[in-house]
Ligand binder design. Sequence first.
Ligand code: GLA
Length: 401
Amino acid sequence: MRAKTPPMGWMSWNLCGREVNETIIRGVADALVTSGMAVIGYEYVCIDDHWQGGRDALGRLYPCIKKFPSGIKALADYVHERGLKLGIYSDAAEKTCGGEVASLGFEKQDARTFAAWEVDYLKYDYCYAPEDRATAVERYTTMGRALENCGREIVFAACEWGGRRPWEWAKSAGAQVWRTTFDIRDVWETPTYNTRQNGILNALERNTELAAFAEPGGWNDPDMLVVGLYGGGQEWMCPDGLPHSNETEYRSQMSLWCLMAAPLFATNDLRTMTDSTREILTNPEVIAINQDALGAQAVRTHRLISSVDVWQKPLTHGDRAIGILNRSEEARTVEILPGLPAGHAPGFQFQNLTFPATMLGVTPEHRVRDVWQRKDLGAIREKITLEIEPHETKLLCLAQA
Ligand code: GLA
């Protein structure tokens, strides 16, 4: 099975835009290894749009000679030598989103070309294609079949941004990943959700509803991580002068994307990142939640008043990850109690943000661990008090004692 757990890696778009080239890709591959990211599971180094040069007289794709003078096969070799995998990009129309040559009508030939180059991942976009769903199903299925028959195991990531409900058909079209949202920006929240501006919270909202569709071999993709960009990268990453995300918000994106079993593609400059960015990307207990073999996407089980949301992700062995997000602009105190306060019906939302452990489907014997702090908080039979900063997500792991 391809993509048994959510794919992890790095993607060039947010940092490089049009300016991607083989020197950057090689540098990022090296950085994946030296930073410890490779060991923890980040394996795909993905070239997004703007690698293309054109098609030759025989219809074969070739890369831009200036940006990729050594060719894609040599780059794949470089990446493979480091134990990593290479990703590439095309589009189900005549042109890509950036106006480069794309794959419509050349699906079989392009799939064979990618296989010959030893590519391992294909992001397949949908700019310049008709709006309707039937055409999308047909075009993704054509490329999906071409990849299945190309002689190489290539992960297929559909990127039509969710407009045609790909969670209902992308898997049978042959995809293991489907984008559920428009492009993410390096901001916490934008006032509206649209093609131009879409923050971490906006993407979260769309993707949260789709928990039922995620499973091993088929993942909802709320787009790339913006962790560590800090306003760097392409100018469109902070639209309309909105401030870039802060460290707490980056840690929240990581927590929430892990809870949602989302593909994890970093997009910051791994060659120059700070230690704190590296720590956000490489916390092994956080990654373990994302990569859990059950492959369940967290369900939002509570929306408490005062803008606190609770997610739960079942893990193997009856363990459970819990995320508690403070969406408000003030710190909140959340108490987890071992039972229901007298007089309250199950499901009641408490003014003081107390909610009972029995509602979390765990027993008093479960032990609670704060995953980011790497600290055991005790058994659930005792009251647990959590202070949560604005936009912070507490990430807890509840394990059978
Ligand atoms: C679309 C996709 C992005 C990126 C660009 C490249 O906007 O959604 O993720 O691949 O195209 O042009």
